[in-house]
Design a protein around this ligand. Structure first.
Ligand code: HEM
Length: 344
């Protein structure tokens, strides 16, 4: 199916190609479902009983639909949609900047921008619910995300800080008083547990704190950019040069938010592998550290190579499509007028 989707266009009929594309989407979503069910169980285990130190299933339903799964699944699917929307909008804006305003380019630009504009407010709303679920089930992770060291009432929302593990404080903190209590407990003066409530059983604070801010920061940027671009497209049937450049810069913004999100989730789970049941230290293998470092370095090198290849192929294809169009006569039907608005 993947082969038909990637290489079949023009070689098989349109409906076969579209069906193959839908089947690939369905297959990857089914795969995400099971991966996230397992991952979520490790964060919020349910539907089991411990017998002689082993987890035995009492309800498969509760195992799969454990407390964090619905939030993680929805948040991840929306994240995938946003990632692709910005990829589509960014590549189309890149072609647009190269004066390629073929109707396919404008259609994919519009699709990317409009879909992102619809998905991002839903993502922010779901992200908020996800955070409340984390507060209930993994409060130490939430305290690290928010940079809250001490259990207190009327907790401020920390916008910027350098969390310092040694002194258990935030350096250079910029915060809005009481705001975190308000969005976490829905009370101006509500109590939120700080890291001090968990002894040494809390994650490293700085990476979780920063990854969370990067994810939310990119999310807010996505909101501003997609809504502004939608406004321009609705009003002028076109975008300005500045907007096109911003969209190009944000081509891979989805991946940045996505990786930051996973950093929050997985570093935030430490020191637990299965939350409250099994620590990472207990599950660590006896394989020598040098072997693990070598495997990790090989993975990193491979992924950097694949990522570089991916980015260059994406832009190579965009350039190729644009050059092909430039060689066509201007009277050909799939080019539209390049309006003066572009230079605004
Ligand atoms: C702007 C508002 C956002 C909020 C409030 C938010 C909230 C959260 C929270 C609380 C978590 C950690 C949950 C946990 O592990 O317990 C998380 C994880 C994650 N976020 Fe976000 N998020 C936002 C935006 C985004 C955006 C824009 C993306 C990607 C396009 C994204 C992708 C992810 C991913 C992939 C994870 C890890 C998987 C998961 O645990 O769901 N987030 N987010």
């Amino acid at each position: 199916m993947l082969g038909i989707m990637l290489f079949g266009r023009g070689r098989v009929s349109e409906w076969v190609h579209t069906t193959a594309t839908w089947l690939v989407a369905l297959g990857t979503t089914a795969s995400a479902f099971w991966i996230l069910a397992l991952n979520s169980w490790m964060h919020t285990p349910a539907g089991y009983e411990m017998i002689n130190g082993q987890a035995h299933i009492t309800s498969w339903f509760d195992v799969i639909f454990n407390p964090s799964f619905p939030y993680r699944m929805t948040h991840m699917l929306l994240a995938s949609g946003l990632t692709v929307s910005f990829l589509l909008a960014g590549i189309s804006a890149y072609r647009w900047l190269k004066k390629d305003t073929a109707k396919e380019v404008m259609a994919s630009l519009r699709a990317g921008v409009f879909v992102a504009a619809v998905l991002i407010p839903i993502q922010i709303f779901v992200g908020d619910l996800h955070g409340l679920n984390t507060l209930e089930h993994q409060p130490a992770k939430l305290a690290a995300m928010e940079g809250i060291w001490k259990t207190q009432n009327g907790v401020p929302a920390v916008l910027f800080a350098l969390p310092d593990e040694k002194s258990q404080t935030n350096k250079f903190e910029v915060a809005i008083p009481n705001l975190a209590s308000l969005y976490l407990t829905h009370h101006w003066d509500g109590e939120v547990k700080g890291l001090d409530a968990f002894g040494d059983k809390h994650p490293p604070v700085a990476p979780v704190f920063w990854a969370f801010r990067i994810m939310v920061g990119v999310g807010l940027l996505m909101l501003a950019v997609s809504w502004w671009s939608s406004f321009e497209l609705k009003r002028h049937q076109n975008i300005s040069t500045l907007t096109a450049k911003v969209l190009v810069v944000m081509t891979f913004a989805g991946w940045v938010a996505l990786i930051s999100g996973w950093y929050v989730t997985e570093i935030g789970r430490q020191p637990w592998l299965v939350y409250g049941l099994l620590t990472t230290a207990q599950a660590a293998s006896t394989v020598p550290a040098t072997n693990i470092a070598f495997t990790l370095a090989t993975y990193l090198a491979l992924y950097i190579a694949l990522l570089s290849a991916y980015i260059s192929v994406v832009f190579y294809l965009a350039n190729k499509a644009t050059n092909k169009l430039e060689n066509k006569s201007p009277a050909e039907p799939n080019s539209i007028n390049f309006t003066e608005y572009k230079n605004a």
